[in-house]
Design a binder for this molecule. Structure first.
Ligand SMILES: CC(C)(COP(=O)(O)OP(=O)(O)OC[C@H]1O[C@@H](n2cnc3c(N)ncnc32)[C@H](O)[C@@H]1OP(=O)(O)O)[C@@H](O)C(=O)NCCC(=O)NCCS
Length: 186
């Protein structure tokens, strides 16, 4: 069983991921409640305080890693992504959101950073769900080689195996030419 350890920060090419803290509550709250972005996301509490409390519990939870996606230059917050639900050597990722107007490379690079980090932790596969109707995101994952394995409660379930993960990292190498560097594991 591989563990989903947090890292203080992970640097990619033009992006940097950093561990989310209570201080990020307002940013995350704004994104989760942005009608332009939250149509296919599960609803979160309308209280900012609940978001802050969630992040406080997250800090003490050794089973998930939640990152703020930032620009590498200037550390401008651009979105969020979360790794959770480790099952043997497969990890789940989601809570994936970018602010409206985020640069076009941010989606691909953040996905590649997630896969690189998970591989470093020892994972060899991924599983995740996409809401039925979130066609662009389904297409994104399918372009990465993810395979539909089922559909439950309006959620399409996907897996991505080791071979396809490595193949996509190679195919999209121009988006992450030097791999990742990371800070201490937390
Ligand atoms: C999910 C999310 C982070 C993805 O980001 P995104 O910017 O919409 O991703 P896109 O698929 O549009 O890809 C961004 C760019 O990379 C390009 N791209 C995507 N996949 C690519 C690929 N495999 N190869 C080359 N280019 C690719 C796209 O063409 C696009 O470029 P463009 O803007 O010039 O058209 C964003 O849509 C979001 O925040 N959505 C709301 C929340 C949500 O639904 N999250 C998912 C829950 S499962």
């Amino acid at each position: 069983m591989t563990n989903l350890v947090k890292s203080a920060w992970i640097e990619g090419h033009r992006l940097r991921l950093r561990n989310a803290t209570e201080a990020d509550a307002a940013f995350i709250f704004g994104l989760r409640h942005d009608p332009e972005r939250n149509r296919h996301m599960s609803a979160t509490s309308p209280l900012l305080e609940d978001q802050r409390n969630w992040l406080a519990r997250y800090a003490a939870d050794g089973s998930q890693a939640y990152f703020i996606i930032e620009s590498a230059a200037g550390h401008v917050p651009l979105g969020t992504v979360r790794l959770y639900d480790a099952r043997d050597n497969s990890f789940c990722w989601g809570s994936w959101m970018l602010v409206p107007g985020a640069p076009a490379f941010a989606a691909i690079e953040s996905a590649l950073v997630v896969y690189c980090y998970a591989l470093e932790l020892g994972f060899t596969a991924a599983h995740f769900e996409v809401q039925e109707g979130n066609v662009a995101v389904s297409r994104f994952h399918e372009n990465f080689g993810a395979v539909r394995i089922g559909q439950v409660n309006g959620q399409i379930q996907y897996t991505l195996g080791h071979e396809r993960m490595l193949e996509s990292l190679g195919r999209y190498r121009r988006f992450l030419p030097d791999g990742i560097r990371r800070g201490p594991l937390i």
